[in-house]
Each structure stands twice: as structure tokens, then as C-alpha cells.
Design a protein around this ligand. Structure first.
Ligand code: ZN
Length: 203
């Protein structure tokens, strides 16, 4: 499996990092070894001094597909969850300033936290999914899926022009504003429509 990640998919987040609002999706990948199942601890890596959380809606692909039209995209997923796209912001800023790829800052072990997947049909409002990230019990990110610049179906259409989507692939759909650093000892909890979806400790 692979992780397909969308960058700058919420206007307010693009602005907070001084990035332009994109006219087409920004995509990058994480390897399978980045997976961290919610409830396992995240071990702060030695190569960074500025690890940031980015809480995002994650989508699991349940059907093989390529060149998927937007109108058919809903056939390719039926479950979503929450995740964290951990980012070594210091490394990323250095890579960005040199025009280099982000993988080192985005694809390291444990950088793709994935919580529980739940059926879209069980959501109260699947057209505007509400989610929050709590750091040590305080809300630090609040997101609504309708604020995405490119929605899930548009992402599937765009990404599948370039890469085949396989069963089990996971899409990170971008983070709303409010990203920030974590420190050893912090606890993060993601809430999907008010229900706990993952918790993890920074060690
Ligand atoms: Zn992200």
C-alpha cells in the first residue's frame, strides 16, 4: 500500500505557512513504513527539532482504479478516518528553500498516524464532516470537510491520472489551519464528529 497526501488543501492553512492557494492539488507520497496505528506512541526522531502535527481526514481506497472520473469516485471508498501527517517542519523548510522534494520531512517512520476507519454512511453529515485535534486536552485544530479546496472525489480523479489506486491505499486529504509543534510528553487526540478516533503519546 501507499499513502497519497494532499498539501495546501485548506485556504487558511496555505496562508499560515505563507504558501499560495493552489489551482491544482499538491500531491506527495509516504511509504508504507510511515504507518503508525493510533494508540501506539510516536517516538520523536533525532533528526528534527520541529515536528509538527497536521490532523487530516484519511480515506481508504477499496477498489483498484486508474483514470477515475469524479462522478465515479464515490465507488472507490466507503470508509474514512482521521490521521496525522507528521512533518519535520525544519527539514521541510530547508528542502523547500532549495527546491528539493519533501520526502525526508514527510515520509519518515511513524509519520502517518491512522485512526479508526468508519463507514461514511454512519456519519451524521458526510457532506461536511467535522473534526478536531486536541493537544493535551485543548482544541488546536478544527476542520470541516466543506472547506477543502479539492474534495475527496476531486482528489481521487486528479491522483488517479498519475498513479493507479490500489485496495488499501490511504489518502491524506490535507490539514486545516492550526498546525503546530509537538514535544515529548504531549498527548494528541483526534475527534471525528465528536467521537474519539485516535489517541497517541509523544515519547
Ligand atoms: Zn498534511
Amino acid at each position: 500500500m501507499k499513502f497519497i497526501c494532499i498539501g495546501r488543501n485548506y485556504t487558511e492553512h496555505a496562508k499560515e505557512l505563507n504558501n499560495a492557494v493552489p489551482t491544482e492539488p499538491v500531491i506527495f507520497f509516504k511509504p508504507e513504513t510511515a504507518l503508525l496505528i493510533g494508540r501506539q506512541p510516536f517516538f520523536y526522531p533525532e533528526f528534527s527539532k520541529d515536528i509538527h502535527y497536521e490532523c487530516e481526514i484519511v480515506v481508504r481506497i477499496n477498489r483498484l482504479g486508474k483514470n477515475i472520473q469524479k462522478k465515479f469516485a464515490p465507488r472507490y471508498y466507503e470508509e474514512i478516518g482521521l490521521g496525522i501527517d507528521f512533518t519535520a517542519r525544519d527539514l521541510q523548510n530547508d528542502l523547500k528553500s532549495k527546491g528539493l522534494p519533501w520526502e525526508k520531512a514527510k515520509g519518515f517512520d511513524g509519520s502517518a498516524v491512522v485512526g479508526n476507519f468508519i463507514s461514511l454512511n454512519s456519519l451524521k453529515n458526510k457532506d461536511n464532516i467535522e473534526f478536531q485535534l486536541l493537544k493535551n486536552g485543548k482544541v488546536v485544530q478544527q476542520g470541516y470537510s466543506k472547506d477543502m479546496i479539492f474534495n475527496i472525489d476531486a482528489i481521487i480523479e486528479y491522483v488517479s491520472m498519475f498513479v493507479t489506486l490500489k485496495i488499501g491505499d490511504i489518502i491524506f486529504t490535507g490539514t486545516p489551519a492550526g498546525v503546530g509543534p509537538v514535544a515529548i510528553g504531549d498527548q494528541l487526540e483526534g475527534l471525528l464528529e465528536g467521537t474519539s478516533n485516535f489517541t497517541l503519546h509523544i515519547r
